[in-house]
Design a protein around this ligand. Structure first.
Ligand code: LLP
Length: 463
């Protein structure tokens, strides 16, 4: 079997038949700090290390596939968000991106709050010792049980998403004799420039209460009229993996407009404004995300300006970054198995995981990069598609990438920027065992979420 690159195949700079631009290969041994966690480096012998630990040793100890998470990088990103927004604002990490008890402890220590969107996420947060008042509950269809549990637990605020939920929550609060703090999720009508499935502030989708139709104003009136609810403010989340601050600025402007309208109609100035999450990260070297300080300054300025114009006191701001904190902190380590060159097309490189540990490529056409990490190579670049071991042809991990032409079964390759929405959206398709999350910190490596076993699968299957 020849493993040389195929000169008749696509060249870099080409736009492939599927419309994907083929970036030039560059130095295949280089690790772009934009997409790799901060403690990752390639040692003189060619082996890649994270937190000073050799990935070949980590693979031998913990197996592959595995998510390797850089704790120092995670903490530094969490801290950067905290510091960028300062004392006058709250940063709620969006647990849906990735949640585990260790991560909750890191967040607590770094002074962040936590956004959860299900009873399951709430349970993990509480098990790890997060103070309930630092937790916010989200969701477009929270069950009565979830609402009751959140109220009983004493979560800081609940972001209500429908008129029905306001009624339901008010009854629960009355019954339990508490006054629950709430924010109202407002659909501000912004078309975020991201994948349709992860854009959330245009009118035609399931989240929030529309500013345009008057549903948001109706929700405000309803909530203000319920003694069991303390309406603290309004919230919007315009979508995810967004690079441009313009959408956030439009959302902020419209939300401040609503705060002014509430003051004029009801004589109350709501003290809080939550602008959600959604800031994009670099998945490949082509992406140029904004830094937290930049986004914090832009948002604070627009809110300050709009409030001054409306004669409102500046509300306490909050944001809910998920991906921007955890996304770049982890990479997925795979072992190479079958390698199939398709002459004139590309070489298919199969790994021991796939769409069960990273569904994002199949679901959103997400782009990733990949590198050979168990050794360096001086071989010429070959165009590859990294695929998984699942029973469908859409099981693609990295659609188009370059790897050295001497790649061989048994080599370890790694896909960076898989910290967000990979383990949290992992599945057992084909009865795959979900990979572990191994945290690498200053004191070495440890498993924070263990690998599933066949016993785990059989425990659920009760015959
Ligand atoms: N706040 C709310 C209300 C949200 O719905 C989300 C994400 C966030 C904050 C955090 O957004 P982030 O900063 O992580 O972009 N599975 C998709 C992303 C779905 C995002 C859902 N909501 C993906 O893999 O791209």
């Amino acid at each position: 079997m020849s493993r040389s690159a195929h000169p008749a195949g696509p060249r870099h700079g080409d736009v492939l038949p599927e419309g994907h631009y083929l970036a030039p290969p560059g130095d295949l041994n280089a690790l772009d700090p934009k997409v790799w966690p901060s403690t990752v480096a390639r040692r003189a012998d060619g082996v890649v290390t994270v937190g000073g630990l050799d990935v070949t040793a980590l693979a031998a100890e913990y197996g592959t596939p595995a998510y390797l998470m850089d704790e120092q990088d995670f903490r530094a990103r969490a801290r950067a968000w905290r510091e960028a927004f300062g004392e006058g604002a709250d940063v709620f990490y969006a647990g849906k991106a990735f949640l585990s008890k260790a991560v909750v402890r890191w967040l607590r220590e770094e002074g962040l709050n936590l956004d959860v969107c299900s009873a399951g996420e709430l349970a993990v947060a509480l098990a790890a010792g997060m103070e309930p008042e630092r937790i916010a509950l989200h969701g477009n269809n929270k069950t009565p049980q979830e609402l009751e549990q959140a109220v009983k637990t004493g979560v800081g605020h609940i972001v209500v998403d429908s008129l029905r939920e306001i009624e339901l929550l008010a009854e629960i609060a009355d019954r339990l004799g508490v006054r629950q703090q709430v924010l109202i999720r407002v659909t501000v009508g912004v078309e975020a420039h991201t994948h349709e499935f992860i854009a959330t502030a245009h009118e035609d989708q399931k989240f929030g209460l529309s500013l345009g139709t008057g549903a948001a104003a109706e929700a405000v009136e309803l909530a203000l009229g319920r003694p069991g609810l303390e309406l603290r403010g309004i919230h919007s989340h315009i979508g995810s993996q967004i690079f441009d601050t313009a959408g956030f600025e439009v959302a902020a402007r419209r939300l401040v407009g609503l705060l002014g309208q509430i003051r004029d109609t009801h004589g109350v100035e709501l003290p809080e404004l939550d602008l959600g999450g959604g800031l994009g990260i670099a998945y490949t070297s082509e992406d140029d995300p904004k830094q937290p300080a930049e986004i914090a300054a832009a948002l604070a300025e627009i809110v300050r300006r709009e409030c001054a114009a409306a004669g409102l006191a500046v509300p306490r701001l909050s944001v809910e970054p998920g991906r921007a904190i955890v996304g770049p902190t982890a990479f997925t380590l795979y072992e190479v198995g079958t390698i199939k060159p398709l002459p004139g097309l590309r070489t298919y490189v199969s790994v021991d995981g796939g769409m069960s540990d990273n569904i994002r490529t199949a679901l959103y056409d997400a782009e990733y990069s990949v590198a050979l990490v168990s050794r360096a190579s001086a071989a010429e670049p070959m165009l590859v598609r990294v695929v998984g071991k699942h029973c469908e042809s859409g099981d693609i991990v990295v659609r188009d990438a370059w790897l050295p032409a001497d790649l061989a079964p048994g080599d370890l390759i790694a896909v960076p920027a898989t910290g967000a929405y990979c383990r949290s959206m992992a599945s057992n398709y084909n009865h795959a065992l979900r990979p572990p999350v191994v945290a690498v910190g200053t004191d070495g490596a440890r498993v924070i979420v263990r690998r599933e076993t066949e016993e785990d699968l059989l425990r659920l299957d009760i015959g």
